[in-house]
Structure formats: C-alpha cells, structure tokens
Design a protein around this ligand. Sequence first.
Ligand code: AMP
Ligand code: GLY
Length: 422
Amino acid sequence: MNVLLVGNGGREHAVAWKLKQSKELRNLYIAPGNAGTARCGENIDISDTDIEALVDFAKGNAVGLVVVGPEDPLSLGLVDAMEAAGIAAFGPRRSAAQLEADKAFAKQLMRSSSISTAEGRVFDRFSDAKAYIASRDEPVVIKAAGLAKGKGVVVCDDPADGILAAEKIMCDRLFGDAGNQLIVEDKLLGEEASILAFVDGKNIYMLESSQDHKPIGEGDAGANTGGMGAYSPAPVITDDMLDKITREILVPIVDGMKRNETPYKGVLYAGLMITTGGPRVLEFNVRFGDPEIQAILVRLKSDLLEVFQAVCEERLDEITLVWDPRPAVCVVMASGGYPGDYETGKAICGIEEAERLDDVVVFHAGTKQQGDKVLTNGGRVLGVTALGQTTREAQARAYEAVERITFAGAYYRKDIANKAFT
Ligand code: AMP
Ligand code: GLY
C-alpha cells in the first residue's frame, strides 16, 4: 500500500520509521517531512495545511491511506477532504478535531460527560476575564481557547501575572484568533502523565503510558514548550490508575463525542494531572503527543500500518498491540533560545555516531537536508531516543547519544526521566 504521512516533526519521523517496518508498505510519502523522514520514504514539498494539494497528490499517486500527524490539518478538515475523495485517512474529522482546537468546546463536553477537569470559566471579553482573575487570590491557569502550538497556556502563581497573560492573548493577540476566547482555570497539583489511545469510533485501545517534560528548564522551570523530552512507561500510571482513567475519562469522552454527533476516530491524547483526588484532565489532543510518541513507538512491536487500517475500518477490536517491556527515554535537543527566538541553519554533526550505540534512534524534528549536510530548521531539532533494561539505563544511553551530537547553540534538559525515580 502507498501511504501519505502529513507533517514534519519528530512525531512524523517516529511514525515514518515505524511504518517503514511494515510488510504492507509499498511507497511512503511524507509531506513536507524533514531530513529524518527522507531516510524512510520520499519527502513531498507540500505544506501540511495545503488541503487541496494534499488531496491532489494522494489521488495522483494511488495513496491508499493518509496519516495525519499534526493538529492544524486535522482542524482544517484534511480527513474530511480525503474521505470525500474516497481515500482512507487516519485521524479525526474536522468536527471531532474541535476537541483540541477549541478548548471551550472541550471544557463543555467534559462537563456534560461528568469528566473530572480543572474548574474553569470561558471569556469572550478581556474586561470580564480581568475582573474574574482580579477577584481571585489563588494561582490561575490562562489558556487561549484555540490552537497555539502548545504555547497558549500560562500557569500563573500570582493572579496579577494572569491578567498580564490574558491581556497578551486577548488584546495583543499573541496567538491571533486562537485568543478570541480565553479559559481561566484553577491550577491543579500533582504529577502529569500522557495517555494515548487508539479510537475507532467505538473501541478504545490504550497505548503504553508516558510522561512529557513541558517546561524549557530543568526542574520544570521556565516557559512551556512543545515538550523537551519524554519517557515510557510512566510509573505514576499504575494498573489501577489505568482502569480509573479508562472508566472515568476515556469511555465517557468517546461516548460524549458520539452523543454530540462528532464521533471520534484516530488517536486520542489525554493530558492528565494525577492529583490526590484522582486523575483530572488538563487537555485533550487529537493526535500523537510529541515527543511522547517517540518514546512509545520504539517500544511497539506490532505493525503500525495494520493498526491505522483497523482504526479507519472500525475493527480495532481485532488488533493486539505487542510491546517491548523495556522502558524508553527521549531527550529533545533544541535550538538555543527556543521557545523564544532562535536561529536556524546550523550544521548538525554526530547523528550517525549516536546511532551506533545499541538501541538508540535519533528522530529528526526541525532539520533539513542540504547536500550531504543536515541543518537545524526549527525550535525542537532532534529527539534522541534510547531503550534500556531499566529507565535508568535508557536514560544513560540517551544522554550518551546526546553527547555525541553537536550543533551551534544546542540546548537540552539534563533531567529527562528523573521523575521516574522519585
Ligand atoms: P495544556 O496545553 O492545556 O496541556 O497545558 C500545557 C501545560 O500547562 C500542561 O502540560 C500543564 O503543565 C500546564 N497546565 C495546564 N492546565 C493546568 C492546570 N489546570 N493546572 C496546572 N497546570 C496546568
Ligand atoms: N508533548 C505535548 C504535546 O504533544 O502536546
């Protein structure tokens, strides 16, 4: 089968790497891809949001399945457009992708489905949001309702900072239309975890657990990023906890989406806070978490293409996911300055040396090929991923690999996976 994979991040390189191992795969096209995906298939120079061009390409190249990586094309209706052209596509339709693209919609649905989440209010006007925040003397979390590349959330221990954040989002339009509505939430305390599940409209199949590291700095200091590293499994997710998450969160949200006539198909990502009162939802995403999926996919033994097909054909109940029991750790190497301004075009050295270590895969995110050189081309540049007999061994191996890789201004957190030991 010919497959078109849409996106250009670490997530897409990890998916491409895994798809390439499928015996069903004939040609793999990645639009637009990066220097890493080019090693797994053919990069196609079409933007991930150019719906028309993507559909034309799929039609013209006998593509049997389209796999959509990022949230933007999903919320623009790429899956709907492919289906209208008679091409199977993995991912939710536009109406279901609202679960991530519109946090006010998600909040409403969680409420009506009795899913535990932070108390929150939705505002259309800055003056109302400001008055509400000013009336509180506890920490607040300020969220742009729309898509903001994982950067639209500010946790403010001092409500005065909350007002400033709200002003930036609503008045200065830091994230454009994504800030037309604002959510103000209570701050939850606990340990975060990411739960990803395949959903085919009715059946739910959970992937192995993982934990992301959102803030840029060690010890979780500083601004939130798309994610600076991940490990899988996450010990905070015990079997009992997993049961609870299934019963109290995943089943009700999938039912709620069905009731709302926006049935969910694809991969569903629940960002959770494990509080003393149980698991509570921070957000739903409608795609694989990145970098989480890098640490998860190196552990998957099953054929990913078969899984994607089963989801599209609503026969997820026929599939069994087989996992490597060994833990994995993924350390993100980023461009200096990220998540603020950073430079690109720096030559990257040492990737091959890093991959010479046993059980190490270097996934590319913001990279591009220029002649025989690989250059930096984004904020998050590489996801250096390793397996080990224990999380400690995987961590040591990932950092050994990281130390073999150099580029000007490279930055990475040195404490990825430490939380697994506490
Ligand atoms: P989100 O994009 O909604 O997952 O938010 C990004 C990050 O902000 C999360 O991974 C958490 O670290 C933090 N966050 C979001 N909502 C809350 C909340 N209600 N309480 C505490 N932290 C939060
Ligand atoms: N790593 C967090 C996300 O993918 O949203």
